[in-house]
Write a protein that binds this ligand. Structure first.
Ligand SMILES: [Zn+2]
Length: 520
């Protein structure tokens, strides 16, 4: 890996406050296109617009931030320190008022909120925002309970143009330490300068070398100053493309804003054979607490490419010798995990495109102003990129695939998973396959967003609450079940298929599948 190139991208792209719908996202995309062109890749920048809906998503307002500040007496933070002090998509406003702490957004009522600055946990940020505004609040200040004490959390409202027109009060994000300062002083000052606009451009940067079958994607949005999420994925994709050009390996790269951009990309008919989504690949494991993880697609998309990624990672990242030297040992924490949601691989999988994700998790600085360049491990990134380049260069290795699938077949046991693993590999496996019966069934195109479910079912619906409060169910409901709902499988078959992947209560799952089928 070209260390200088990777560091250039990390340093330079993290400067831009790349909030979706904002001008700096466009500037970052243009710089990335120029860098990719300069290393010899074929570059094609596609443009979509945020005020159009893409694949069941929602239109987003354009938003430009000029300046923001928040403080209590002498304790003060401004956008000079970090742009995250302004909640993304906050309207402008200038307020100095008493604060009121809201333990939960359900207790926001006019009597104790009117004219005050509401301090609230960042969960359900948009809903809390409008509740506070309706109750007469003058501003909203979010904090996050699980963020480091002095870190400013990244909070985004993701407003539609219609919501932006209704939004009138400024919203900021503060570290827990400042929330305590609010409590001591009883007052706070909030200032946001910026504006909404229409017609925000959405950039998608495509780059390729040769005639690629495999594509590497990374989302290029997120606040300025945040590095692992996801300038690390972007820098990794650029550095990988650089190696591919120099070594003559056929590789495609797509960089886009998360979810909105991958949905718009799928609408263009973009269709590689396999996608590897790179999201938070730079972690310094000691500092962040992370484990390098290969997030597998659902077993219906099992592929020898998945096996090749895993065996390449295991081999390249094992750089230590055993005592006698016969074997190599992993030098980093690494694991593979069953599919979980949370990045662009959701969109690809939901649209029938097999996609794995490489990701490091957990990260104690995730989505905060402390996700900075000192939390990056470039040596680990380089080893990972070499592993991924091996996959693009060599394709699937039949022996690695056999070993990998024998292991997986043992984990899944007899059943539907065995059928899909076997048909992907084309070899017998130590399990008894069961082909899912085909017939009529619900058809639903995912991913199901929280916003879509809220609009269809209301915020009080048990399914909406289940998904909001439990990330395991969010994975199953938002992506996994819709992926299986292709019109050929009955709800009963879908229940049987899901329980082979996830250890969940069958009774709850049956209710969930029925409720999702009602959305079809
Ligand atoms: Zn991310």
């Amino acid at each position: 890996m070209n260390l200088r190139l990777a560091q250039r991208v990390l340093g330079s792209i993290s400067q831009y406050h790349r909030i979706q719908g904002s001008p700096e996202l466009v500037e970052a995309a243009e710089e990335l296109a120029a860098i990719l062109g300069s290393i010899g890749a074929d570059v094609d920048v596609k443009w979509a617009y945020y005020d159009e809906e893409h694949l069941g998503g929602w239109p987003l307002t354009g938003w430009s931030l000029e300046h923001g500040a928040v403080g209590a007496g002498p304790v003060r933070l401004t956008t000079y320190e970090t742009p995250m002090v302004v909640a993304a998509h906050s309207p402008p406003g200038n307020v100095e008022a008493p604060v009121v702490f809201a333990p939960s957004i359900d207790v926001l009522d006019k009597a104790n909120v009117d004219g005050r600055i509401v301090v609230v946990a960042a969960h359900h940020a948009r809903r809390a925002y409008f509740k506070a505004q309706e109750a007469g609040a003058a501003a909203v200040a979010y904090y996050r309970r699980d963020a480091p004490e002095h870190a400013v959390p990244y909070v985004g409202l993701f407003l539609t143009p219609g919501e932006a027109a209704r939004a009138k009060i400024p919203a900021v994000a503060v570290p827990r330490s400042m929330a305590r300062a609010f409590r001591r002083s009883g007052r706070a000052a909030v200032q946001v300068e910026g504006r909404f606009y229409v017609g925000a451009k959405m950039p998608i940067v495509l780059a390729s070398h040769g005639d690629p079958r495999i594509a590497f994607t990374a989302h290029m949005c997120h606040p300025g100053g945040m590095v692992n999420d996801n300038v690390s994925g972007v820098a990794g994709a650029v550095a990988l493309m650089d190696m591919a050009v120099r070594e003559g390996v056929d590789v495609a790269v797509a960089l886009m804003p998360e979810y909105f951009g991958s949905a718009a990309l799928m609408e263009t008919g973009w269709r590689p054979d396999y996608v590897v989504n790179l999201d938070m690949i730079g972690e310094d494991q000691e500092r962040t607490g992370a484990t390098l993880t290969l997030v597998r697609p659902p077993y219906v998309y099992a592929s020898p490419t998945e096996a090749a990624i895993w065996s390449s990672m295991a081999s390249r990242l094992s750089t230590s010798d055993t005592f006698s030297g016969f074997d190599k040992l992993p030098s980093y924490r690494m694991a593979r995990a069953r599919y979980f949601w949370g990045s662009d691989h959701d969109v690809f999988i939901s649209r029938g495109l097999p996609s794995a994700m490489v990701n490091q998790w957990p990260d104690r600085y995730y989505h905060t102003s402390m996700d900075t360049i000192d939390k990056v491990d470039l040596h680990l990134m380089a080893l990972l990129l070499e592993a991924l380049l091996d996959v693009a260069r060599r394709g699937a290795d039949p022996e690695a695939a056999r070993r990998y699938f024998v292991g997986l077949a043992t984990e899944y046991g007899d059943g539907y998973a065995c059928h899909f693993l076997r048909s992907s590999l084309g070899l017998p496996l130590p399990c008894e396959p069961r082909r899912p019966p085909e017939g009529g069934g619900p058809r639903l195109r995912g991913p199901l967003t929280g916003r879509y479910m809220e609009e269809r079912l209301g915020t009080e619906h048990w399914l909406v609450k289940l998904v909001e409060n439990d990330r395991r169910w969010a994975t199953i409901v938002k992506v996994y079940i819709p992926t299986l709902m292709d019109g050929t499988r009955s709800p009963e078959t879908i229940v049987d298929m899901v329980v082979e992947e996830y250890p969940v209560d069958r009774g709850t799952l049956t209710r969930v599948v029925e409720a999702v089928a009602d959305l079809a």
